[in-house]
Design a protein around this ligand. Sequence first.
Ligand SMILES: NC(=O)c1ccc[n+]([C@@H]2O[C@H](COP(=O)([O-])OP(=O)(O)OC[C@H]3O[C@@H](n4cnc5c(N)ncnc54)[C@H](OP(=O)(O)O)[C@@H]3O)[C@@H](O)[C@H]2O)c1
Length: 332
Amino acid sequence: MNRVGIVGVTGFMGAELARLIIPHPHFELTMACAGSSAGQKLADLRPGFGALGDLLVAESDPAKLAENCDLVFLALPHGKSAEIAAALLQLGVKVIDLGSDFRVKDRTVSEALYKRPAPSQELLDQAEYCLPEITGAPSKDTKLIAAPGCFATALTFLLSGWPDEQATVFGVTGSSGSGIEPSAGVHHSLRTTNFTAYKPLQHQHIGEVSQTLSNLGKDIEIDFVPHSAPMVRGIHLTAVCNRPVEELETNYAPLKRHPLVTIQRGVIPMGAVIGTCRVLIGLAPNPDNTKTTVCVAIDNLLKGGSGQALQIANLLYDLPETAGLPLIGQWP
Ligand SMILES: NC(=O)c1ccc[n+]([C@@H]2O[C@H](COP(=O)([O-])OP(=O)(O)OC[C@H]3O[C@@H](n4cnc5c(N)ncnc54)[C@H](OP(=O)(O)O)[C@@H]3O)[C@@H](O)[C@H]2O)c1
């Protein structure tokens, strides 16, 4: 068994990761850490973990993590990963970061996007950005992996088969994308009666998407307008391309060999991916097949976050890519 730790286990990402890792056939959760909730029983904080009994949330101490773990997942608020990642790397522990600290390689671009100091260039250079179906599996000797953002994951799938130099993409996300900290945007009373665009044409994930596309030799001007919808999980993207459906089916065909990706003709029900680590891509032509609507759906907490981080870990340890990942959606 490979020994793994989670830092940020009480958050949306960390708790979802713990839910996947505890029954995983090849990983053992040896440390579950957080910040202000350290010292309490995980089951007292998150009743869903009741069956685990007395598992205590530990302090996020790099030395203890290094004693007990070969790999640590960081599921921390933005800007909090760099310091602990540096300490863990020094102690010889591999790190997969679910946050944004290491995603953008250019410090100037990173600081402009995130409005905070970026990690050192040395750390950024060490980090490998991994979206398995697009960038390939991580190198076996990599020590630090940056897992993609949730919108970035869906956008990169959509744009990987996009044939034009410009794309206008309409996106929808649920409230869990913002984490557990309450704010007006995720307040139940305000969210369930509302639907609104936010960060139009300026979402920070465009930085990592452009970087990935550029590495693939693609230069696409991305006009992305995300919307917050009255739902908890899920991301759905829509874009219209002035090409017949067969051309797009050819473009997206290389993704078909990946076990988590399904491509189908027509629109797609986002509910089919909720609770799974799958990616659903729909290609719907207009009546005279001169234009195609391209849709992509993922569960932001799974393929958009924790599930993808575990997929990366499976690949890093040469395990079956989908080990421990949920593949069948909840219904209803
Ligand atoms: N939510 C998504 O859909 C999604 C998708 C992809 C990536 N991400 C990224 O994943 C990361 C985690 O997101 P989230 O939604 O899970 O956030 P979250 O719900 O706010 O959880 C944050 C976690 O970090 C812990 N924490 C905060 N400060 C800490 C510190 N100084 N030391 C140790 N632990 C600390 C918290 O523990 P305490 O409660 O004990 O303080 C909590 O467990 C973020 O960077 C986010 O951008 C999120």
